[in-house]
Ligand binder design. Sequence first.
Ligand SMILES: Nc1ncnc2c1ncn2[C@@H]1O[C@H](COP(=O)(O)OP(=O)(O)OP(=O)(O)O)[C@@H](O)[C@H]1O
Ligand SMILES: [Mg+2]
Length: 378
Amino acid sequence: MKDIRLGIIGGGQLGKMMAQVAQRMGLSVWVLDPYEACPASFVADHTIVGSFQDEKAIRDLASHCTVTTYDIEHISTEAIKKIEQEGHQFAPSPELLALIQDKGLQKDFLSRKGIPMPRFQLMDEIKREEIQRFGLPCVQKTRKGGYDGRGVHVIRGDKDFERAFPKDFLLEELVSIEKELGIMVARNREGSVVTYPLTEMVFDERANICDMVIAPARVPKEVEKQAQQIAIACVEALQGVGIFGVELFLSTDGRILYNEIAPRPHNSGHYTIEACETSQFEQHIRAVLNLPLGSPRLVSPAVMFNLLGEPGHEGSPIIEGFEEALSVPGLAFHFYRKPTTKPFRKMGHITITAPTLEEALDRAMSIRQKIRILSEDV
Ligand SMILES: Nc1ncnc2c1ncn2[C@@H]1O[C@H](COP(=O)(O)OP(=O)(O)OP(=O)(O)O)[C@@H](O)[C@H]1O
Ligand SMILES: [Mg+2]
C-alpha cells in the first residue's frame, strides 16, 4: 500500500468518525468545511475552510487527495463534475449525488427501476385542486435541501395549505407506518456488495428526528430479507460506490416501502462501530478506495440513541449525566465536539451493546432519561 490520502467534503460528525477510522488504517485525511473548528478538524491532518459550493476550495481539496468523498449531500455537483474531468477522483460520483440531492429525480429514477415506494407526484407549484385530486391526507416534500424532517409537511386539510411549501415539491401518500427501518449497503467500484442487518429507527415526535436505532430490527425474517433485497436493488440501480443508508417504511398493511437513500454513512448505521465486524465508516473507506469489503456481521445486539440538544438551550454544551452513562456496562459514549448546542441538534450518540436486545433496550431506556445536553448560557 502506498500513501493514501482521503478527502472529505463536510467535517461534521460523520466526517469526524470517517476520519478517525482512516487514521487508524494509516491513511491521512484532509477535510473541507465552512467552520475551522468543525468536529472532523480535531482528527484530520488538515482542514480547508470553505463552503460546499466553492469550486476553488473543492479543487484545492481534491487535488491533494487520492479520492474525495462526502459526509453531506448538499454540495455543488457542477463544481465536482468539472474537477473530476480535470482528473481528480470522487466517490460517490457527482451524477449520483445530483440525482439523490433532488428527491423528485431520486424517486422517479428508482420507481422506474421497480423499487416499491409510496405513491407520489411531482409538482412545480402549489395548486389546491390538484393536491386534493392526489388525495388527502398527503405528505409534501421539498425536492431539494431538506434534512432532519425540515423539508417535510403533512397536508390533512385546508389549514395545512397555509404553511405548505410554495414550489418544487413532491406529494406522497401518507403511509400508515408500523415501523421505520434503516439499512446500510456498501458497494465498491468492482460491484461487490454487502448489506448490514435491518434496523428499527424510532423517531422523536416533537422534532421529527430519528433519536433511537435498534439492531437488529424486531421483524419477521421475511421482512428483513425483503428489505435487504430492496436496499441492494437501490444501490445497484444507482451503480453506487461507497456506503448508503436506505430508509424504508414497514406499513401497517405489511408493505415494505422505500423512503429515501443517503449516499454516505448514516445515523442509523452508527451502531456498526461497536456492534459489527466492520463499521459503516471503515466500509465506506474500503468501498471508495475499491478495496475488499469487510464483513458486516452483527457481533452483538445494540441500541443507539442520539444525544440531541435540549430544547431551550443554546450555547456551549454541558453534558448532564456523563458519569452515570459511563457506569452502564457495554456503553460507548460519542460526543462530536460541536462548539454550540441548539434545540434538537445532534451533539453526540450512545451505543449500548449487550448479550440480548432486551438487555440493551432496558439499559438504554433507563440511562436515556438521565442524560441531557444543556448549555452554559441559556
Ligand atoms: N409518505 C410518508 N408517509 C408517512 N410519513 C412520512 C412519509 N414520508 C416521510 N414521513 C415521515 O417524515 C420523516 C422524514 O421524511 P424524510 O426522510 O423524507 O425527510 P428528511 O428531511 O430527508 O429526513 P431525515 O434527514 O431525518 O432522514 C420520515 O422519517 C417519516 O417519519
Ligand atoms: Mg429521512
